[in-house]
Design a binder for this molecule. Structure first.
Ligand code: SF4
Ligand code: SF4
Ligand code: SF4
Length: 425
């Protein structure tokens, strides 16, 4: 790191210390450690942070000079000092940006993931009406440290997942998310309210994302979040972001190779979905008390656990997610409005090796003949490395195969890192 860059980050830390306190200052001081990170992503990360800094100095200059003008106080010297600081920060940013030019593939993608995670978390932290980041609850301002660390985690995970054709890192990250989510819920239930979102508990059953509002006529937050992720990454909610799906994935891994499910399970999936969404409407119309509705929802949730333990584990296919949980079908159907697809290139010899990797039952003989993943595909990407000829790939209009996969991973990992920071009940 050049002296100029160090100086710029220290100035930003000093300003943050004055305005927000030690937590915000630590955010900028942590940026001084970025050169220690391995991989070229650090240059993009530093350039991005310094450009944020330029915007910050511009805002400060406008605000302070404006105040002085209003009070008819001298302002030239202040404007000159702040302009100098802004130019130093801008020069540091451009210096880092020059090095970004040499980045290829994952280096740029990791840097972009870092910046997206940091930006999204900073905005969410700012806008939330309560301390949404856990660190802030233990130490006011500590959320800035979480923002920085989650950005680094996103950059690190992106590089791992990009180099992994088997989905090992995706499964680990997904399981980690579920573990953190339920650990916080457990601690919250033990009386440590700090680990709960608002203290208004609800059952952690994905079907309630739709069924809950249908019964209550309110509580659309999770539904909106679900729809937003579908818009960004299609049905990947069901392979990267759901706190329950990770369990089904682990259950299915109990058998080495997935066995295809009987054809009638497709009809069963639609029937369960219809029943689950019709029930809350009927319960509401009949004026059934909330306690009874909660009891029914709990029975449905426990039924899901039984499906995982007995059917997914035995078949090696994620039966809970591809048959039982209605949100899987909703994600698959709504996901069609999103252009992300997993497809098979011409030249496929239908050897079927890839279908042994798919736990979602989305690579049947028919799917392979039609050269695309089937309806139940969650865009998990596990099959990509299974084809010895590299025929499987992500597709997105206007992007190359590698570009489509990298862009998809940036979005999925960014959402995962943000969810890891904020998702709790
Ligand atoms: S199908 Fe349901 S449980 Fe499975 S990952 Fe999707 S929302 Fe979660
Ligand atoms: S087809 Fe591939 S990307 Fe789609 S669910 Fe199956 S393994 Fe995952
Ligand atoms: S492994 Fe490759 S060649 Fe074999 S069926 Fe799958 S896509 Fe086709």
């Amino acid at each position: 790191m050049t002296l100029l860059t160090t100086f710029s980050f220290v100035l930003l830390a000093a300003h943050a210390m004055r305005v927000e306190g030690p937590g915000a200052a630590l955010f900028w001081l942590l940026a001084l450690l970025l050169p220690l990170a391995r991989g070229g992503w650090r240059h993009l990360a530093m350039a991005g942070l310094l450009f944020f800094g330029v915007v910050l100095w511009a805002e400060v200059a406008v605000q302070l000079v404006g105040q002085r003008l209003l009070l008819h106080l001298p302002w030239y010297r202040l404007a000159a000092i702040l302009s100098g600081v802004l130019l130093v920060t801008l020069a540091s940013a451009l210096l880092q940006l020059r090095r970004v030019g040499a980045l290829r593939g994952e280096g740029g993608a990791s840097g972009l993931t870092f910046l997206l995670v940091v930006t999204l978390l900073a905005v969410v932290r700012q806008k939330a009406p309560f301390d949404i980041l856990l660190f802030d609850r233990f130490y006011p301002g500590g959320g800035w440290v979480a923002v920085f660390l989650l950005g680094c985690y996103g950059a690190w995970l992106l590089a791992r997942m990009a180099a992994d054709g088997e989905g090992k890192w995706r499964r680990l990250a997904w399981s980690l998310f579920s573990l953190v989510f339920f650990l916080q819920l457990g601690l919250g239930l033990l009386g440590l309210d700090l680990f709960l979102m608002t203290g208004k508990l609800h059952l952690p059953i994905p079907a309630l994302i739709v069924a809950g509002p249908l019964y209550r006529g309110e509580g659309l937050f999770m539904l909106i979040l679900f729809a937003l992720t579908i818009l960004l990454v299609g049905p990947a909610w069901c392979s990267h972001l759901c706190y329950i799906g990770a369990w089904d994935n682990l259950a299915a891994l109990g058998r080495k190779r997935p066995a295809p499910l009987p054809g009638w399970t497709r009809g069963l999936r639609w029937a369960i979905c219809g029943l689950v969404f019709a029930t809350p409407v009927a319960l509401k119309a009949a004026g059934v008390p909330t306690l009874v509705a909660l009891l029914l929802a709990s029975v449905f949730g426990l039924g899901g656990l039984a499906v995982m333990a007995l059917w997914s584990r035995q078949s090696g296919t994620m039966v809970h997610c591809t048959v039982y949980c209605p949100m899987g079908l909703v994600a698959n159907l709504l996901g069609r409005i999103n252009p992300w697809r997993v497809v098979i290139a011409e030249g496929c010899c239908s050897c079927g090796l890839c279908s042994r990797r798919c736990r979602y039952g989305a690579l049947s003989g028919t799917d392979i003949r039609l050269l695309r993943a089937g309806q139940s595909c969650s865009l998990c990407g596990d099959c990509l490395g299974a084809c010895p000829h590299g025929h499987l790939h992500y597709r997105f209009p206007g992007l190359s195969r590698n570009g489509a996969r990298t862009a998809f991973l940036v979005m999925a990992v960014t959402l995962h890192a943000v969810f890891l920071g904020v998702a709790r009940l």
